[in-house]
Design a protein around this ligand. Sequence first.
Ligand code: ADP
Ligand code: MG
Length: 700
Amino acid sequence: MTGSQLKSLATSVQFVKGVGEKRTGCLKEIGVETVHDLFYYFPRRYLDRSHIPAIRDLRENTTATVVGKVQFCGIKQGKRKRFELVLFDGTGYLNCIWFHRVHFWQKLFEKGETLAVNGKVGYFREFQMVHPDFDRLSDAGDDDFLNTGRIIPLYPSTEALGKAGLDSRGFRRIMRTALQAYAGEIDETLPAVVKKRQQLIGLQTAIQHVHFPASKDMLRDARRRLKFDELFYLELMLAFRKRNVETRGKGIEFIKVGDRTRQLIAELPYELTDAQKRVIREIRDDMRRDAPMNRLVQGDVGSGKTVVALVSMMMALENGYQTALMAPTEILAEQHYLTIHELLESIGVHVALLVGGQPAGERLEILAEIKSGKAAIVVGTHALIQQAVEYQKLGLVIIDEQHRFGVLQRANLIDKGATPDVLVMTATPIPRTLSLTLYGDLNVSTIDELPPGRKPVTTHWRGDKKRNEIYRFVRDQLGSGDQAYIVFPLIEESEKIDLQAAIENYETMKSGIFADFRVGLLHGRMKSADKEEMMRRFKAAEIDVLVSTTVIEVGVDVPNATIMVIENAERFGLPQLHQLRGRVGRGTKESYCFLIARYPISDDAKKRLTALSETNDGFKIAEVDLEIRGPGEFFGTRQSGMPELRIADIVKDTELLIQARDEAFELAANKAPMQTLNKLPGRAHFFKKYLEKFELASVG
Ligand code: ADP
Ligand code: MG
């Protein structure tokens, strides 16, 4: 290895003093392979002496961090065998108790060492904590903390890491050595003007102080700087994406808004809501302009997005262009096809459906229709982006339920046309403050109003002991002509078992509780023709009860269905439950949703089910979901194409986010943004994380 490699942040952690082979392996498991990775392995929290109460001053039922010396530790017999450890801090004693794996704990601790413990304070003869979090502080550098009040970083660790000596203390040691050897190699990643304008400290200082803060103020500045970096590059990626779209070339000017569009609106069996009208206007304004449209329409389940899409299609059509509508599932594509076909075929507009499982002959015919332009509107799944599909004159691309498609799939469809206009629709509402970030490259329209006369769906969650009661209620409702969905979960990992359970339940219900009703079964493994037929029959009210796996999750529209029963509701995520519930309450009748949960139910599941029983508002539900899952999970990094954030929090750091956004968009608007960026020696990491994916080559 050459000298220059030795001093690079790309050096393997293996060469950091004190790491060695075994630890290198453990670190790799958590994604830390280079010195750079190690520097970006941030503390999970900090011990700050000014926030540490004396044991004497603890209060029951509060969460606290206490620092003290181990006075006693050992296994105690008694009603339940346990491991006890008594901490003394000069003012009082705190009893820490572990009930499981007592021998493991016994080996871990020693009398006389200094610990920081964090947990809920209880009281039984003296203060106690059960299963507290702990950190060992007996280290040379840690004495500073005890004596001088330095702030101590606490690192996330795992049992495997701990066994390899990489508990919080172990991390502090290697971090210290790594910083001593390599901190000088940390290069600036932000343009000087941005740094100055935002009053940010240098990256090198920031990295040093995020790990070993000299003071609270330094820690705050360090964190602010690092958060800014992440947000800035995230926004820069979005800014480039937006720029790419805008400079993709001149878009289409859809100038005519003719009789057919007006006629379509006039013939709707209802009046458009004000929100729908506003959003249609926004779309029309985009479509008229010569810049390509790149717009997101978000609206809660049932807010009437389909008709908005339909009107946009008519505008494309009247200007001589084809529209492609891409949906995430076959069921949904078929559903859209049926709706659109029904409304447009009668006025002479030919609509084609292209999905995966169609027979070869039929498929060729459809492809020919698309190529010749006979099909003015093409509805389908990701089959639409296959190589073989050629459009005559694709002018408008509509993507439904966007969160399910990766960014790339979106791009592939767009490439099928020459700078078509793009409309993305989603029913997963993003809390308003966030849509700007997540869809930073799109203009956002929100349908924030439901059609009139909708009653909220009355929702109850019950344990499965109440199942019979619930099904008796369902019978009564069916008796008065309503229809019901009964949904069973089906997740990939346990697909076979789940499917079997759904089918068995269907059989039992069909010959049991619903013997005198017409019961149908719908699941993902059925042929598409059979699925379609089943949906058609349910829609035509030839079926009273539709037992299904989650294939009906999105988009299906049967206004006469008023009851939704969800079995094993504890296994579903909040957005999924909300989507499912959105299948009912579409007409003007009173609708019900029953969530049947099987015990034991986790606290998070209880929160989800409770949130759903308390509100029908998709935005509120999204907020609860965000709170429960945190932004990383919520945005589903993989699906949304968003890089994971290490230190910034899109929800809590809104203000910084807006500043970062302004700077990023300003830079991207420069004549040659890449020139500015290329001057930054430390840009490589961020490029890799954020920009690589987004066709950097095409950025000026
Ligand atoms: P989503 O936004 O969930 O896709 P849909 O477009 O499927 O909602 O619309 C839900 C239902 O509401 C459909 O039955 C549709 O015909 C109806 N609908 C849409 N707009 C209106 C309106 N302005 N007034 C009354 N009903 C409407
Ligand atoms: Mg829809």
